[in-house]
Design a protein around this ligand. Structure first.
Ligand code: NAD
Length: 265
């Protein structure tokens, strides 16, 4: 009788190359820690050179193999240049985690603002997936896109642009999962609910960025969520690791909420 692999073997991504975008902070940073713990070599991509260097330093000091790249993933040419640099070292696992969520009333959303949000949240994911699929067509790979519950059930009135971009991430995920499983790809999305920023400094920054709206949304979210609290970045990172590993070998085209039950309530 064929013996089943052990749990340790299934969760391990030892020696795999994982590229995480938006890796310097928040959910992306939490993923770097879990992926490193599971044995991956990390390629970290972020636009913020200072925070990225600090995150890379922390990981290197704990003995993890890390290659940081400062890239604006909303810039198609910059993404193409990144993948030229990665040649021969393309990732086995790609996590498209970059996303911004600036609050703005729908009536005030102008073309430049809308384009910026769409390019950062959706086009960047398209450019990264296209490169991954083109360059690994003979080997396949794993793609994890980070959406949001807002792409399914909007939580805030001032985030219509964000909801549109995240609905696009879900549609992209499903369409690639269908078209490219035959080339050896598994493509899935995680849709986090409201996640607590990792440090006190970040909490203050998010409140400054989102203003009163962000605080109100947070309170409303907690009231509505069956688990009755905000999520933590690491709780998203754990599910990303499951999707990246052989534990999820038959999971493709899935959209997995990590939201304390928000979408069910
Ligand atoms: N935090 C939440 O409550 C929450 C909820 C649902 C979904 N999400 C999604 O999870 C993902 C991560 O969110 P977070 O709250 O951890 O974000 P964050 O703001 O804490 O970190 C995002 C990182 O992305 C980087 N970044 C931003 N624009 C970039 C660009 N153009 N190119 C490269 N790097 C760029 C930033 O420098 C930062 O390091 C996003 O896609 C977000 O939409 C977050």
């Amino acid at each position: 009788m064929k013996t089943q692999p052990s749990l340790d073997q299934l969760i391990s991504i030892d020696g795999k190359r994982a590229l995480i975008t938006g890796a310097a902070a928040g959910i992306g940073k939490a993923m770097t820690a879990r992926f490193a713990e599971a044995g991956a070599h990390l390629t970290l991509v972020d636009i913020d050179s200072e925070t990225l260097a600090a995150t890379a330093r922390e990981l290197t000091e704990s003995g993890v193999a890390v290659t940081p790249h400062v890239v604006d993933v909303s810039d198609e040419d910059a993404v193409d240049r990144l993948w030229i640099e990665l040649r021969e070292n393309e990732p086995d696992i790609l996590v498209n985690n970059v996303g911004i969520y600036p609050f703005k009333r729908f009536s005030e959303v102008d073309g430049a603002f809308y384009d910026h949000v769409m390019r950062t949240n959706l086009s960047s994911t398209v450019w990264m997936c296209r490169q991954m699929i083109d360059r690994r067509r003979d080997r396949g790979g794993i793609i994890i896109n980070i959406g949001s519950t807002d792409g399914i059930r909007p939580a805030a009135d001032e985030l219509s642009h964000y909801s549109i971009s995240k609905a696009g991430v879900i549609a992209l995920t499903r369409s690639l999962a269908k078209a490219h499983a035959r080339h050896g790809f598994r493509v899935n999305a995680i849709v986090p609910g409201a996640i607590l920023p990792s440090g006190a400094k970040q909490v203050v920054q998010k409140m400054v960025d989102g203003g009163v709206g962000a605080v109100k949304i947070g309170a409303e979210y907690v009231r509505r969520t069956p688990l009755g609290r905000l999520g933590r970045s690491d709780e998203v990172a754990r599910i990303a690791l499951v999707l990246a590993s052989e534990l999820a070998s038959y999971v493709n085209g899935a959209v997995i909420p990590v939201d304390g039950g928000f979408l069910a309530a």
